[in-house]
Design a protein around this ligand. Structure first.
Ligand code: ATP
Ligand code: MG
Length: 254
């Protein structure tokens, strides 16, 4: 069976910390990563601050089990976009102008010019900031925007950098990053719903399930509809099924 390959997501942006923007990128990435067998062990949000981004990266790099680190946001043309400098500093790599990123930016600006959106067919200095990459980074094509994604592969782990605009991030992840990920261990998940279920009454059966099936994680999630959702998951389908049967036997859903 494939091993679990934990990941860490670092979302960058002052607007996330002050509540102006909801961090939907981390939630979306966490779902995809779980499906692909690279479950997130931490979702961390930091401001547009080089020291904070470097700190979050060094924390994740200091965890030997973590095989994939995703950094999202802060790749744009403006001076508050500091992610690339931070990634280069944390990995101790020099920055250079990546030829593929440069060609991409030139193409986007030329198309913007042809459409009459910008005066010059040539990229302005702020656009060229987005061509910078830590030495050794591979470019992940962005067909929806100007800031390309970047991928750095080490011996055992990868650091991927994605733009913050959600539709750009999702497209690059699905089209360019997911196909490059090693297969990880998949988890089987089942859900059982109890309309009007009282959480405290489920505590004993949850304990009994965990004792009988240590490989199964069981969680209780009250919904705003007053439905209680119990979710069981684990790497072994037979064990998850046995745990579900135990729950249904002792607490038949209405
Ligand atoms: P680009 O250069 O394409 O603009 P970027 O990496 O510089 O990309 P940001 O400037 O950080 O992206 O953010 C672009 C937009 O995406 C902003 O409106 C921002 O609020 C939004 N955004 C950034 N991070 C997130 C996130 N984690 N969840 C949801 N929206 C986000
Ligand atoms: Mg930003």
């Amino acid at each position: 069976m494939a091993e679990p390959r934990p990941s860490v997501v670092i979302a960058v942006g002052d607007e996330l910390l002050d509540g102006h923007t909801q961090d939907t990128n981390s939630a979306w990435l966490a779902g995809r990563l779980a499906e692909l067998g690279h479950p997130a062990r931490r979702l961390e949000a930091v401001g547009d601050d080089e020291e904070a981004i470097v700190g979050a990266l060094l924390r994740a790099l200091g965890e030997p089990e973590v095989e994939l680190i995703l950094v999202c946001g802060g790749l744009g043309p403006t001076p508050d976009d500091r992610t690339i400098e931070a990634v280069a500093a944390a990995l101790d790599l020099p920055l250079h102008d990546h030829p593929d990123a440069l060609a991409h930016i030139r193409g986007v600006v030329a198309r913007m010019h042809a459409a009459g959106w910008v005066d010059s067919p040539e990229p302005a200095p702020p656009n060229l900031r987005m061509a910078r990459a830590p030495l050794g980074a591979e470019v992940l094509e962005n067909r929806r925007g100007m800031a390309v994604g970047q991928l750095l592969r080490g011996d055992r782990r990868m650091v991927a950098v994605l733009p913050g605009v959600p539709r750009e991030l999702r497209t690059i992840f699905d089209e360019s990053l997911a196909p490059r990920l090693a297969p990880g261990a998949l988890r089987v998940t089942v859900e059982v719903r109890y309309p009007g279920g009282i959480e405290a009454e489920f505590a004993p059966i949850m304990e009994a399930i965990s004792a009988a099936h240590p490989g199964v994680r069981v969680g209780s999630y009250p919904q705003e509809t007053r439905e209680l959702l119990l979710r069981l998951s684990g790497p072994d389908a037979t064990e998850v099924e046995a745990a579900e049967a135990m729950l249904r036997r002792q607490r038949p859903p209405a």
